[in-house]
Unconditional design. Sequence first.
Length: 137
Amino acid sequence: MVSKLDQTINFHRQALGLRAYRQQVLAANIANSDTPNYKARDIDFSAALDNALAGKQTGDLGLARTSTRHIAGTGNSGPAPLLYRSSFQPSADGNTVDMDIERAKFAENAMQYEASVQFIGGQFKTMLSAIQGQGGQ
């Protein structure tokens, strides 16, 4: 029972992190709707969630060193790789942001984020109720 609860909470924890990241990406698209040559981006949420649940790290990028005096390190591109979205009607200035699509995806993602928050909250209320012995009353 505890294992199943832990898996469920971990699933929603991972989903919340990815939803928050996706919201930032979609907000950047909306903010850059008038920027010439800006390309709309998004993440493959399902693939990113599968990778996160499997424990795969997808956000670290190796940085190339062209000189021994360069500092070694890794670059973090975020919890999921960014993908460019194809535009149905690119603008004359090369911008591929479609505000209707971006607003719809932004609202959908926000609702799914809120649903996960409410689910986790309900799980904790149920656990607290069980601990306090109020489950069957």
